[in-house]
Structure formats: C-alpha cells, structure tokens
Design a protein around this ligand. Structure first.
Ligand code: PLP
Length: 441
C-alpha cells in the first residue's frame, strides 16, 4: 500500500509520554508505539508522519459510511455556523426528523426515541426505562457481553476484563458461537444449542426471586469477539420472556445500521416472535459525532414518573451529522454493500488462512468479521493478536482486537469498503498471518 503526505504533527512518542503522565492507565492504547492519526478520507486514515493506512476498524466501528464524508462535513459545518447547541428544552428540526426516521426503521411499533451522547448512556437509559416499567431492578445479561463503562453498564457487562465492579447481573450459561466448539456445548447442532440455551434461561428464571425486568443482549457480541448465536436464538428466548412479561433489550451499538449485511438490525435474525421492546444504538449513526439513543414502545418510554432531559443528547450539530449520514447510507445501499463485500472478504480470509494452525476460526456477518487466534495447543493467543496488530500496521492496515481472552482480530471497516480495498486488506493480513505462524508457541 502506498504512503501519501499528510499534515505534520507532534512526534507520537512525545505525545505518548504526555498521555501517560495525565491520562488513566486503564485508558489503554493500541500499539507499542501508539499512533497519532491526523486525518482521514474514505476508508483511509493518515498518521502524523504522513503514512496512509487502510482502516479495517472504521475508527472503532464509528466511521460507518466513510471518513470525511462530504455530506456529513457540510451538514456539520453549516449547523456549526448557525448555532452549536440549544438543548432538548427547545425544538430542533434535525432532532425530530432523525427521531422519525429511526423510529420508522426500528421495527418497534409506536416507537419513541430518546437521544444520548454514547452507547453507555443509551444502555443506562434503557435500564432505567425497563426497571421503572417493570418495577424491578433485576436484569438478565449475557456472558462475555459488553454494554459500556458507567456504573450500571459495567454492572451488566459479562466480560470480566471490562467489568471492574461486580453488581452481579443475572447471567445465563449461554455462550456465543465461537466458543461453542469447546466446553459443554461442543458439537451441538444449532437446534440443540438453542434448546440448551432456552433450558438454561428457563432454569435461571426459575431460580430468581421476584421479577426480572429485562434481558439485554448484543445480537452479535462485539467486544466479546464478533461471535454470533444461531439465527432465531433470541426469538426462542423472547417466547420464554414474553410469557413472563420480561422485556427484551437489544443492544445494537455495534450491529445496527446494516453492518451485519443481511439485516438492518442484528435483532432481525431473531424476529420470529416479534421485535424487541427496547433497542439501543450509538457508534456508527453519527459517523464519529457522538450520537446514541434508545428506542422503545411508547408505553415503555413514557413510564417514567420523573422529568428527564439530556443536556447534550440530541445536540443540533450531531443530529445534522446523523441525518446526513443515514441518508447517505440508505441512498447508497451500504447494507447491501456490507453483505456483498463482507461476504467476499470472509471467504477470501478463510481461503488465505486455511491450514494456518494459529487461525482457529474466521467468522462473521457482513462487515463484522472476527479471526480467532490460538497457540499450537489450541489455547487462546492474545500475544499472536497483539503481534498481528503491530505487523498489520507495518503493512499499512489498521484492525481491532477483542474476545474474552483478547485473542480475536476484529475487522469492521466503513460500510462503503470496495472490493479492491477488501482484497488489499486480505492480502496484507495473509502476509502478516503467514509470519505469525512461525512465532506461536
Ligand atoms: N454497547 C456495545 C455493544 C458496545 O460495543 C459499546 C462500546 O463499545 C457500548 C455499548 C458502549 O458505547 P460507548 O463506548 O459509546 O459508551
């Protein structure tokens, strides 16, 4: 891949020292020598030294359409020139229009939308609504899940490396796809796996004292390593939950807006018994501007006795960005592009890594692709994942990592990725993974 000159910046090492001196240790950075990114265009970003990278992580699944999308830049600068902020105490055209469009797209009947500034806050709002509506504070969450960094969001996060407190959510024994090949679910068919999970859920509900308010789940676990359950699993869960009046919250922070290719929302792979009661979103809709929110049936959304506002949620500049971004996404059928290009990319990655002992599995949906790395003895290899990130950077490719053991490469480029770019990225990964074969234990 080629390098193109970019604007200058302070040397990354100096900036890194200043970062270490003033920021929390747990605000971890990628790479031994962290990158300072200065600008982007399309699917590419440039560092402070002017080096160009293909962005296979889309920011952090935030650049949904493309870096520096002209329509978004125009909408942001025009709105910034008019007025930066007004608050939800006043009417704003962009906010109402974006809410109308998200409500219509959500699939939730009689939907209402509340905007926040992040996915964490969106999940907090969903928990507040569900627990108020059900008059219960018991929440069922998934193992290995991630829902954000506030006190309540880490409390329902099942991935222990991201959950420093233990508010102890109720968790099912349910384990997503990638982990199924070992442990108690080994060799189960999708139908048997689903039946085992439903039995688990029913058993857990039988053991709870009092009412459970809601079950929250990511349709494809994101931070957990891009693992998907069999289609229909949440529909089967929903049947059990609905009988007891328990709400289903779908966390679409990573899976929304067509990223999974076959569906606009992740929940639509589990639609047999109807839509979820609440849906949370963030990341991609603002294309990097902080837009998050929760959608719920009017009856649930309007259950709060107290007043509530969000000072910055729904701020006009972010709403203008969201509208322009959503319009571009729909007009250019980027969901279709995610399906086509993502399908080719996953096939290509499977082909080039076939026979690599370090690659246990290439999995994914649309442009949400995980590559699970292991040692020769089959144990998770976080070291290999870190090494791949470093080497890929040298090849001019940025990717993410995740998984319970931090051994899964995460690929989630902007949804406008072209076939040529997909092939370029796959070739770079082949080169890197070939080198990594020789370093695993
Ligand atoms: N939910 C999911 C599924 C996420 O992946 C994340 C962030 O990665 C969040 C919630 C939290 O979103 P934010 O970082 O915008 O607060």
């Amino acid at each position: 891949m080629t390098s193109a000159p970019g604007p200058g910046g302070s040397p990354a090492t100096h900036l890194h020292a200043r970062h270490r001196a003033v920021m929390p240790e747990w605000l971890s950075l990628y790479y031994r020598e962290p990158l300072e990114l200065t600008h982007g265009e399309g699917r590419h970003v440039w560092d402070a030294r002017g080096r160009r990278y293909l962005d296979f992580f889309g920011g952090i699944l935030t650049t949904m359409t493309a870096h520096a999308l002209p329509e978004v830049t125009k909408a942001v600068s025009e709105q910034a020139g008019r007025i930066l902020h007004t608050s939800t105490l006043y009417l704003d055209r962009h906010m109402v229009e974006l809410a109308e469009r998200i409500a219509a797209l959500s699939g939730i009947p009689d939907a209402r939308v509340f905007f926040t500034t992040s996915g964490t806050e969106a999940n907090d709002a969903a928990l507040l609504l569900a627990t108020s509506y059900r008059r219960s504070n018991q929440i069922l969450a998934m193992r290995n899940s991630y829902h954000g960094r506030s006190f309540s969001a880490v409390g329902i996060t099942g991935n222990s490396s991201w959950s420093p407190t233990s508010l102890s959510p109720l968790q099912t024994l349910y384990v997503h796809g990638g982990v199924r090949t070992s442990g108690p679910y080994a060799h189960l068919s999708d139908a048997d796996f689903t039946a085992a999970c439903v039995a688990d859920l029913t058993d857990m509900l039988g053991q709870t004292h009092g009412r459970v308010a809601a079950l929250i789940a990511e349709p494809v676990q994101g931070v957990g390593g891009f693992t998907s359950p069999p289609d229909g699993l949440y529909a089967a869960f929903r049947e059990v939950l609905a009988e007891r009046g328990i709400l289903w919250i779908t966390d679409e922070v990573q899976t929304g807006w067509g990223r999974t290719g076959d569906h606009f929302w992740g929940w639509q792979a589990h639609a047999e018994h109807g839509p979820p009661d609440l849906l949370t979103f963030a990341k991609g809709i603002g294309n990097g501007m902080s837009v998050g929110g929760v959608v719920a049936r009017a009856e649930v959304m309007n259950c709060l006795d107290a007043n509530s506002i969000s000072t910055f949620g729904g701020s006009p500049v972010t709403m203008a960005a969201g509208l322009a971004n959503l319009t571009h996404l729909l007009e250019h059928d980027l969901q279709g592009n995610a399906r086509r290009v993502g399908g080719l990319l996953i096939e290509r990655l499977r082909a080039v890594t076939a026979g690599f002992p370090a690659v246990r599995e290439v999995r994914g949906r649309g442009l949400m692709i995980g590559i699970e790395l292991v040692e020769h003895d089959g144990s998770p290899s976080p070291e290999a994942a870190s090494l791949v990130l470093e080497l890929a950077r040298e090849e001019g490719l940025l990717i993410g990592k995740g998984g319970r053991e931090a051994n899964v490469l995460r690929i989630a480029p902007p949804l406008s990725l072209t076939i040529t770019e997909a092939e370029e990225g796959a070739a770079a990964l082949e080169t890197v993974l070939r080198q990594v074969q020789f370093t695993i234990a």
